[in-house]
Ligand binder design. Structure first.
Ligand SMILES: O=C(O)CCC(=O)C(=O)O
Ligand SMILES: [Fe+2]
Length: 345
Protein backbone atom coordinates (compact mmCIF):
# COMPACT_ATOMS: atom_id res chain seq x y z
CA UNK A 1 0.00 0.00 0.00
CA UNK A 2 1.34 3.42 -0.93
CA UNK A 3 1.86 5.49 2.14
CA UNK A 4 0.66 9.06 2.15
CA UNK A 5 3.23 11.83 2.21
CA UNK A 6 3.04 13.31 5.63
CA UNK A 7 4.18 16.82 6.44
CA UNK A 8 5.84 17.48 9.74
CA UNK A 9 4.66 20.06 12.23
CA UNK A 10 7.79 19.78 14.35
CA UNK A 11 11.18 18.32 13.40
CA UNK A 12 14.10 18.86 15.72
CA UNK A 13 16.52 16.77 17.77
CA UNK A 14 15.03 13.55 16.37
CA UNK A 15 11.53 14.57 17.43
CA UNK A 16 9.33 14.47 14.34
CA UNK A 17 5.70 15.30 14.97
CA UNK A 18 3.61 14.71 11.85
CA UNK A 19 0.90 17.07 10.66
CA UNK A 20 -1.84 14.74 9.46
CA UNK A 21 -4.83 15.55 7.30
CA UNK A 22 -7.64 13.56 8.89
CA UNK A 23 -10.22 14.20 6.15
CA UNK A 24 -9.37 11.05 4.16
CA UNK A 25 -10.01 8.97 7.25
CA UNK A 26 -13.32 10.64 8.03
CA UNK A 27 -14.58 10.45 4.47
CA UNK A 28 -13.88 6.74 4.36
CA UNK A 29 -12.25 5.88 1.07
CA UNK A 30 -10.77 2.50 2.10
CA UNK A 31 -7.26 2.88 0.69
CA UNK A 32 -6.55 6.44 1.80
CA UNK A 33 -8.24 5.62 5.05
CA UNK A 34 -5.64 2.98 5.74
CA UNK A 35 -2.67 5.22 4.90
CA UNK A 36 -4.05 8.00 7.13
CA UNK A 37 -4.53 5.48 9.91
CA UNK A 38 -0.94 4.30 9.44
CA UNK A 39 0.29 7.89 9.71
CA UNK A 40 -1.66 8.40 12.94
CA UNK A 41 -0.32 5.21 14.49
CA UNK A 42 3.25 5.97 13.35
CA UNK A 43 3.05 9.40 14.92
CA UNK A 44 2.04 7.93 18.27
CA UNK A 45 4.66 5.18 18.03
CA UNK A 46 7.53 7.49 17.10
CA UNK A 47 6.82 10.85 18.72
CA UNK A 48 3.82 10.17 20.97
CA UNK A 49 2.36 13.33 19.43
CA UNK A 50 0.59 14.30 16.21
CA UNK A 51 -0.99 17.48 14.86
CA UNK A 52 -4.34 16.85 13.19
CA UNK A 53 -5.94 19.10 10.59
CA UNK A 54 -9.32 18.72 8.87
CA UNK A 55 -10.44 16.92 12.00
CA UNK A 56 -14.09 17.87 11.54
CA UNK A 57 -14.43 20.30 14.46
CA UNK A 58 -15.25 23.72 12.98
CA UNK A 59 -12.93 26.54 14.00
CA UNK A 60 -15.98 28.63 14.94
CA UNK A 61 -16.85 25.99 17.54
CA UNK A 62 -13.35 26.10 19.00
CA UNK A 63 -13.42 29.91 19.06
CA UNK A 64 -16.72 29.87 20.95
CA UNK A 65 -15.27 27.51 23.55
CA UNK A 66 -12.20 29.73 23.98
CA UNK A 67 -14.39 32.84 24.33
CA UNK A 68 -16.47 31.15 27.02
CA UNK A 69 -13.36 29.92 28.80
CA UNK A 70 -11.90 33.45 28.84
CA UNK A 71 -15.13 34.81 30.32
CA UNK A 72 -15.19 32.08 32.92
CA UNK A 73 -11.69 32.82 34.19
CA UNK A 74 -12.52 36.53 34.34
CA UNK A 75 -15.12 35.79 37.03
CA UNK A 76 -14.37 36.98 40.58
CA UNK A 77 -11.92 34.70 42.39
CA UNK A 78 -14.40 33.78 45.12
CA UNK A 79 -16.96 32.62 42.55
CA UNK A 80 -14.37 30.32 41.04
CA UNK A 81 -13.20 29.05 44.43
CA UNK A 82 -16.81 28.20 45.26
CA UNK A 83 -16.67 25.76 42.33
CA UNK A 84 -13.54 24.07 43.68
CA UNK A 85 -12.23 20.73 42.42
CA UNK A 86 -13.36 18.35 45.13
CA UNK A 87 -11.92 14.85 44.62
CA UNK A 88 -9.65 12.78 42.37
CA UNK A 89 -12.49 10.38 41.71
CA UNK A 90 -14.81 13.11 40.43
CA UNK A 91 -12.04 15.25 38.91
CA UNK A 92 -14.41 18.14 38.35
CA UNK A 93 -14.25 21.80 39.25
CA UNK A 94 -11.88 24.72 39.59
CA UNK A 95 -8.20 24.57 40.53
CA UNK A 96 -6.50 27.80 41.55
CA UNK A 97 -2.91 28.62 40.74
CA UNK A 98 -0.42 26.52 42.71
CA UNK A 99 -2.89 23.81 43.74
CA UNK A 100 -1.98 21.13 41.21
CA UNK A 101 1.54 20.18 40.30
CA UNK A 102 1.75 18.16 37.14
CA UNK A 103 4.90 16.24 37.69
CA UNK A 104 6.81 13.06 37.19
CA UNK A 105 6.26 12.13 40.77
CA UNK A 106 4.00 9.23 41.54
CA UNK A 107 4.27 9.40 45.33
CA UNK A 108 1.97 11.62 47.33
CA UNK A 109 4.01 13.91 49.58
CA UNK A 110 6.81 14.53 47.10
CA UNK A 111 4.39 16.61 45.11
CA UNK A 112 3.94 18.95 48.06
CA UNK A 113 7.64 19.71 48.08
CA UNK A 114 7.79 20.40 44.36
CA UNK A 115 4.73 22.62 44.41
CA UNK A 116 6.32 24.89 47.01
CA UNK A 117 9.51 25.22 45.02
CA UNK A 118 8.14 26.28 41.66
CA UNK A 119 4.36 26.51 41.44
CA UNK A 120 2.74 26.19 38.02
CA UNK A 121 1.47 29.55 36.81
CA UNK A 122 -1.98 28.43 35.80
CA UNK A 123 -5.57 27.96 36.84
CA UNK A 124 -7.89 25.36 35.40
CA UNK A 125 -11.47 24.13 35.32
CA UNK A 126 -12.44 20.52 34.75
CA UNK A 127 -15.69 19.26 33.34
CA UNK A 128 -16.70 15.60 33.19
CA UNK A 129 -19.75 13.75 31.93
CA UNK A 130 -22.77 15.55 33.31
CA UNK A 131 -24.68 12.38 34.17
CA UNK A 132 -22.52 10.63 36.71
CA UNK A 133 -24.32 10.02 40.01
CA UNK A 134 -22.54 11.56 42.99
CA UNK A 135 -20.07 13.43 40.81
CA UNK A 136 -21.70 16.67 39.77
CA UNK A 137 -20.01 19.16 37.50
CA UNK A 138 -19.40 22.46 39.24
CA UNK A 139 -21.33 24.92 37.09
CA UNK A 140 -21.50 28.63 37.86
CA UNK A 141 -25.01 29.43 39.14
CA UNK A 142 -27.26 29.95 36.13
CA UNK A 143 -30.12 31.87 37.80
CA UNK A 144 -30.07 35.40 36.39
CA UNK A 145 -26.69 34.78 34.75
CA UNK A 146 -26.97 34.31 31.00
CA UNK A 147 -23.22 33.75 30.62
CA UNK A 148 -23.37 30.86 33.07
CA UNK A 149 -26.21 29.25 31.14
CA UNK A 150 -24.41 29.59 27.82
CA UNK A 151 -21.17 28.37 29.39
CA UNK A 152 -22.72 25.10 30.45
CA UNK A 153 -24.40 24.54 27.07
CA UNK A 154 -21.25 25.31 25.11
CA UNK A 155 -19.06 23.09 27.30
CA UNK A 156 -21.39 20.10 27.30
CA UNK A 157 -21.76 20.31 23.53
CA UNK A 158 -18.00 20.49 23.14
CA UNK A 159 -17.53 17.56 25.50
CA UNK A 160 -19.66 15.41 23.24
CA UNK A 161 -18.01 16.74 20.06
CA UNK A 162 -14.59 15.80 21.42
CA UNK A 163 -15.84 12.40 22.55
CA UNK A 164 -16.69 11.64 18.91
CA UNK A 165 -13.24 12.65 17.77
CA UNK A 166 -11.67 10.46 20.46
CA UNK A 167 -13.62 7.53 19.01
CA UNK A 168 -12.43 8.35 15.48
CA UNK A 169 -8.79 8.68 16.44
CA UNK A 170 -8.93 5.37 18.32
CA UNK A 171 -10.48 3.81 15.19
CA UNK A 172 -7.55 5.13 13.18
CA UNK A 173 -5.15 3.58 15.69
CA UNK A 174 -6.99 0.25 15.42
CA UNK A 175 -6.89 0.28 11.64
CA UNK A 176 -3.22 1.24 11.73
CA UNK A 177 -2.55 -1.69 14.06
CA UNK A 178 -4.30 -4.06 11.69
CA UNK A 179 -7.08 -4.99 14.11
CA UNK A 180 -10.82 -4.50 13.61
CA UNK A 181 -11.47 -0.77 13.13
CA UNK A 182 -14.19 -0.83 15.77
CA UNK A 183 -12.01 -2.69 18.28
CA UNK A 184 -11.82 0.27 20.70
CA UNK A 185 -15.45 1.37 20.36
CA UNK A 186 -16.55 -0.54 23.44
CA UNK A 187 -13.81 1.29 25.35
CA UNK A 188 -14.56 4.79 24.09
CA UNK A 189 -18.35 4.96 23.88
CA UNK A 190 -18.82 5.76 27.57
CA UNK A 191 -17.25 9.20 27.31
CA UNK A 192 -15.38 9.02 30.62
CA UNK A 193 -13.36 11.99 29.51
CA UNK A 194 -12.44 15.31 31.10
CA UNK A 195 -12.64 18.68 29.41
CA UNK A 196 -10.11 20.97 31.04
CA UNK A 197 -10.04 24.70 30.44
CA UNK A 198 -6.64 26.20 31.13
CA UNK A 199 -5.63 29.79 31.77
CA UNK A 200 -2.03 30.86 32.18
CA UNK A 201 -2.42 34.44 33.42
CA UNK A 202 -0.33 37.28 32.06
CA UNK A 203 2.89 37.48 34.05
CA UNK A 204 5.87 39.70 34.49
CA UNK A 205 8.72 38.59 32.25
CA UNK A 206 10.99 38.82 35.28
CA UNK A 207 9.28 35.85 36.88
CA UNK A 208 11.06 33.53 34.44
CA UNK A 209 14.47 34.89 35.44
CA UNK A 210 15.16 33.03 38.66
CA UNK A 211 18.52 33.20 40.37
CA UNK A 212 18.17 29.89 42.25
CA UNK A 213 18.75 27.79 39.15
CA UNK A 214 15.21 26.41 39.13
CA UNK A 215 13.18 26.64 35.96
CA UNK A 216 10.03 28.70 36.30
CA UNK A 217 7.36 27.07 34.16
CA UNK A 218 3.75 27.73 33.33
CA UNK A 219 3.08 23.98 33.62
CA UNK A 220 5.69 21.48 34.75
CA UNK A 221 7.04 18.55 32.79
CA UNK A 222 4.64 15.61 32.81
CA UNK A 223 2.99 12.97 30.69
CA UNK A 224 -0.78 12.63 30.48
CA UNK A 225 -2.52 9.69 32.08
CA UNK A 226 -5.25 8.37 29.86
CA UNK A 227 -5.64 7.14 26.28
CA UNK A 228 -5.14 10.32 24.29
CA UNK A 229 -5.41 14.07 24.90
CA UNK A 230 -6.86 16.50 22.38
CA UNK A 231 -5.15 19.84 22.91
CA UNK A 232 -6.41 23.10 21.48
CA UNK A 233 -3.96 25.96 21.94
CA UNK A 234 -4.13 29.65 21.17
CA UNK A 235 -1.39 31.37 19.14
CA UNK A 236 0.75 32.30 22.16
CA UNK A 237 3.11 29.30 22.26
CA UNK A 238 5.15 27.89 25.11
CA UNK A 239 4.19 24.22 24.83
CA UNK A 240 7.28 22.05 24.53
CA UNK A 241 7.68 18.32 23.89
CA UNK A 242 10.63 16.22 25.05
CA UNK A 243 12.75 14.89 22.20
CA UNK A 244 14.53 11.51 22.16
CA UNK A 245 17.72 13.50 22.86
CA UNK A 246 16.23 14.80 26.09
CA UNK A 247 15.86 18.39 24.90
CA UNK A 248 12.54 20.24 24.93
CA UNK A 249 11.32 21.29 21.51
CA UNK A 250 8.67 23.95 20.83
CA UNK A 251 5.33 22.57 19.69
CA UNK A 252 4.48 25.75 17.87
CA UNK A 253 0.77 26.48 17.46
CA UNK A 254 -0.64 25.87 13.98
CA UNK A 255 -4.05 27.45 13.40
CA UNK A 256 -7.02 25.07 13.14
CA UNK A 257 -5.02 22.02 14.15
CA UNK A 258 -5.40 19.90 17.26
CA UNK A 259 -2.29 18.61 18.99
CA UNK A 260 -2.98 15.05 20.07
CA UNK A 261 -0.74 13.09 22.39
CA UNK A 262 -0.89 9.57 23.72
CA UNK A 263 -1.20 9.11 27.47
CA UNK A 264 0.39 6.64 29.86
CA UNK A 265 -2.53 4.25 29.86
CA UNK A 266 -2.52 3.92 26.06
CA UNK A 267 1.20 3.37 26.16
CA UNK A 268 0.72 0.59 28.70
CA UNK A 269 -2.25 -0.81 26.75
CA UNK A 270 -0.10 -0.95 23.60
CA UNK A 271 2.59 -2.88 25.47
CA UNK A 272 4.85 0.18 25.14
CA UNK A 273 4.60 0.28 21.33
CA UNK A 274 2.99 3.73 21.61
CA UNK A 275 4.86 6.50 23.44
CA UNK A 276 3.50 8.76 26.11
CA UNK A 277 5.86 11.68 25.73
CA UNK A 278 6.70 14.26 28.37
CA UNK A 279 5.73 17.85 27.74
CA UNK A 280 5.53 21.16 29.59
CA UNK A 281 4.56 24.80 29.17
CA UNK A 282 7.31 27.38 29.59
CA UNK A 283 8.07 31.05 29.04
CA UNK A 284 6.51 31.90 25.68
CA UNK A 285 8.75 32.55 22.70
CA UNK A 286 9.40 36.26 22.18
CA UNK A 287 7.11 38.09 19.78
CA UNK A 288 7.93 41.45 18.21
CA UNK A 289 4.69 42.99 19.48
CA UNK A 290 5.59 42.19 23.11
CA UNK A 291 9.24 43.27 22.87
CA UNK A 292 8.91 46.50 24.87
CA UNK A 293 6.39 45.19 27.39
CA UNK A 294 7.28 44.01 30.90
CA UNK A 295 4.60 41.32 30.85
CA UNK A 296 3.78 38.32 28.78
CA UNK A 297 0.13 38.18 27.78
CA UNK A 298 -2.07 35.37 29.09
CA UNK A 299 -2.25 32.03 27.34
CA UNK A 300 -5.37 29.91 27.06
CA UNK A 301 -5.57 26.28 26.09
CA UNK A 302 -8.17 23.55 26.20
CA UNK A 303 -7.23 19.96 26.90
CA UNK A 304 -9.67 17.12 26.45
CA UNK A 305 -8.35 14.12 28.36
CA UNK A 306 -9.73 10.88 27.01
CA UNK A 307 -9.90 7.64 28.95
CA UNK A 308 -11.06 4.13 28.22
CA UNK A 309 -14.49 3.59 29.85
CA UNK A 310 -13.82 3.55 33.56
CA UNK A 311 -15.36 0.13 34.14
CA UNK A 312 -13.16 -1.61 31.54
CA UNK A 313 -10.06 -3.68 32.22
CA UNK A 314 -7.03 -2.63 30.19
CA UNK A 315 -4.78 -5.41 28.97
CA UNK A 316 -2.35 -5.55 26.03
CA UNK A 317 -4.04 -4.89 22.67
CA UNK A 318 -4.00 -7.86 20.23
CA UNK A 319 -0.95 -7.71 18.00
CA UNK A 320 1.22 -5.84 20.50
CA UNK A 321 2.33 -8.65 22.81
CA UNK A 322 2.43 -11.96 20.96
CA UNK A 323 6.16 -11.81 20.32
CA UNK A 324 7.46 -9.80 23.27
CA UNK A 325 5.01 -11.05 25.87
CA UNK A 326 2.73 -8.89 28.01
CA UNK A 327 4.75 -6.33 29.94
CA UNK A 328 1.94 -5.33 32.28
CA UNK A 329 -0.88 -6.86 34.22
CA UNK A 330 -4.45 -6.01 33.42
CA UNK A 331 -5.63 -2.90 35.24
CA UNK A 332 -8.98 -1.18 35.67
CA UNK A 333 -9.14 2.08 33.72
CA UNK A 334 -10.96 4.13 36.38
CA UNK A 335 -8.75 2.91 39.21
CA UNK A 336 -5.64 3.74 37.23
CA UNK A 337 -6.74 7.34 36.64
CA UNK A 338 -7.77 7.93 40.24
CA UNK A 339 -4.42 6.62 41.43
CA UNK A 340 -2.58 9.05 39.14
CA UNK A 341 -4.77 12.02 40.03
CA UNK A 342 -4.42 11.33 43.74
CA UNK A 343 -0.67 11.74 43.42
CA UNK A 344 -0.77 15.15 41.67
CA UNK A 345 -3.25 17.12 43.79
O1 LIG B 1 -1.63 24.05 27.99
C1 LIG B 1 -1.00 23.25 27.29
O2 LIG B 1 -0.62 23.53 26.17
C2 LIG B 1 -0.67 21.88 27.80
C3 LIG B 1 -1.47 21.47 28.97
C4 LIG B 1 -1.16 20.07 29.40
O3 LIG B 1 -0.23 19.46 28.94
C5 LIG B 1 -2.02 19.40 30.38
O4 LIG B 1 -2.87 20.08 31.00
O5 LIG B 1 -1.87 18.18 30.54
FE1 LIG C 1 -0.40 17.39 29.36
Amino acid sequence: MASATVESAVAKDDLVIPLIDFAPFLTADPSTKKSTADAVLNGFQNAGFIYLKNHGIPSSTVQTVFANSTKFFARPTQQKLDLGWYSPKANRGYTAQGREKTSLIEEEGDVEKLRKEVPDLKESFEIGRDDEPGMPNMWPKAAGDEDAKVFKEVMMEFHSTCKKLHMQVMRAIALGMGIEESWFDGFTDGGDNTLRLLHYPGVSKKIFKRDDGLLQVRAGEHSDYGSITLLFQDQRGGLQVRSPKGTFVDATPIADTIVINAGDLLSRWSNDTIKSTKHRVVEPPPKPEDADKDEYPPRYSIAYFCNPNFERMIEAIPGTYEEAGKKYEAINSGDYLVRRLTATY
